[in-house]
Design a protein around this ligand. Sequence first.
Ligand code: NAG
Ligand code: NAG
Ligand code: NAG
Ligand code: NAG
Ligand code: NAG
Ligand code: NAG
Ligand code: NAG
Length: 304
Amino acid sequence: MLFKSLTTLATGAAFFAGVATAGDVPAIEVVGNKFFYSNNGSQFYMRGVAYQADTVNQTSGSTINDPLADYDSCSRDIPYLKKLDTNVIRVYAINTSLDHSQCLKALNDADIYVIADLSAPDTSINRDEPKWTVNLFNSYKSVVDAFANYTNVLGFFAGNEVTNNYTNTDASAFVKAAIRDVRQYISDKDYRKIPVGYSSNDDEKTRVELADYFACGDDDVKADFYGINMYEWCGKSDFKTSGYADRTAEFKNLSIPVFFSEYGCNEVRPRLFTEVEALYGSNMTDVWSGGIVYMYFEKPISTV
Ligand SMILES: *[C@@H]1O[C@H](CO)[C@@H](O)[C@H](O)[C@H]1NC(C)=O
Ligand SMILES: *[C@@H]1O[C@H](CO)[C@@H](O)[C@H](O)[C@H]1NC(C)=O
Ligand SMILES: *[C@@H]1O[C@H](CO)[C@@H](O)[C@H](O)[C@H]1NC(C)=O
Ligand SMILES: *[C@@H]1O[C@H](CO)[C@@H](O)[C@H](O)[C@H]1NC(C)=O
Ligand SMILES: *[C@@H]1O[C@H](CO)[C@@H](O)[C@H](O)[C@H]1NC(C)=O
Ligand SMILES: *[C@@H]1O[C@H](CO)[C@@H](O)[C@H](O)[C@H]1NC(C)=O
Ligand SMILES: *[C@@H]1O[C@H](CO)[C@@H](O)[C@H](O)[C@H]1NC(C)=O
C-alpha cells in the first residue's frame, strides 16, 4: 500500500494499472448471471467472433501464431469485424513475449472486447493426466500480466474442453483450482477485477453437471462465467430441432453468465447462419449472454 501511494505521488493518478483513461472502453462486469457495462449498467450481450488463424506455424516453428501480435493482420481484419457488428473476439493462445499493445488499442478504438484463453498448446491442463503446477500457473499469470492493463479485456478462460466426457471429469477440479488462483493473483496485483471462467464442450452426459460444478461455491472458488462450445445447429434447423430449446431450458437457472464460447457448424454447405436469429431472439436472450461464432478463419472444429 505504501509503495502504491509513493508511486502515485511520483507519477500521477493515471499510473494505476487498469485505470481507464479517456478513449478507453468501459470495463465489463459480472453481476448475477449477466454481463454489464461498468459505466452505465446496460447489459452486455456478446456478438462474438473467434479469431485465431492457427496455433501452429509450421514455417517458423513457433507453436503460437499470435493473432494480436501482428498489427498488419489485426488492422486489416478489424473493419470486417466491425461490419459484422462484432463486440468481442476470442483468442486462443498468445505469445507473452510479444507486444500486443497496437492490436489491443485498435480493437479498443473499434469498441471490440477480447476474451482470451490462458492456456496454449504447450501449456494447458491435460485431461488424461490432470495437474495444476507452478509452471502452468506462471504461464497463466504471464497472459494475465500482458492483458490486465486494457479495459477492453472482458475476461479469461482458465481452460477449454478439459473434461470432454464422463471418464475425465476429475480434470475439472484442476481447472477450478486454476480459476481460484488466477482470480487471487488478479486481486493480489491490484488489477481490475477481470472475470475468469471456463469454456466447456457439449457432451450430453456431462454438460449440465459440469456447469453446476463450475458455478457452485463461494465467490473465491466458483467460475465467473461459463461458456459452452455449441455445434448442434447445422444447416437449416430451428430452435427446437437443433437442441437449442432443450439447452436453453437446462441452463436457465445457472447462477453465473452462460454463453456460446464457440458456435456454428460447417457440415452443411453453404453455411446459412440461421442460428444467429435464434441466439439473438427472445427465446434465448433471457438465459444466454450471446455467443462467439466459430470462426473468422476457415478451419475444422477446434481441438485446441
Ligand atoms: C452504455 O455504455 C455502452 C458503452 O459505451 C453503450 O454502448 C451503451 O449504449 C450505453 N447504454 C445506454 C443505455 O446508454
Ligand atoms: C509463419 O512464419 C513465417 C516465418 O516466420 C512467416 O513468414 C508467416 O507469415 C507465418 N504465417 C502466419 C500465418 O503467420
Ligand atoms: C514467442 O515469440 C518468440 C519471439 O518471436 C519466439 O522466439 C518463440 O518461439 C515464441 N514462442 C512460442 C511458444 O511460439
Ligand atoms: C501496465 O501499466 C503499468 C502502469 O502504467 C505499467 O507499469 C506496466 O508496464 C503496464 N504493463 C503492460 C503489460 O503494459
Ligand atoms: C473420453 O475422452 C477421452 C479423451 O479424449 C477418449 O480417449 C475416450 O475414448 C472418451 N471416452 C468416451 C466414453 O467417450
Ligand atoms: C429452475 O428453477 C425453477 C424455479 O426454482 C424450477 O421450477 C425449475 O425446475 C428449475 N429448472 C432447472 C432446469 O433446474
Ligand atoms: C422461438 O421458439 C418458437 C417455439 O419453438 C419457434 O416457433 C420460433 O421459431 C423461435 N424463434 C426463433 C427466432 O428461433
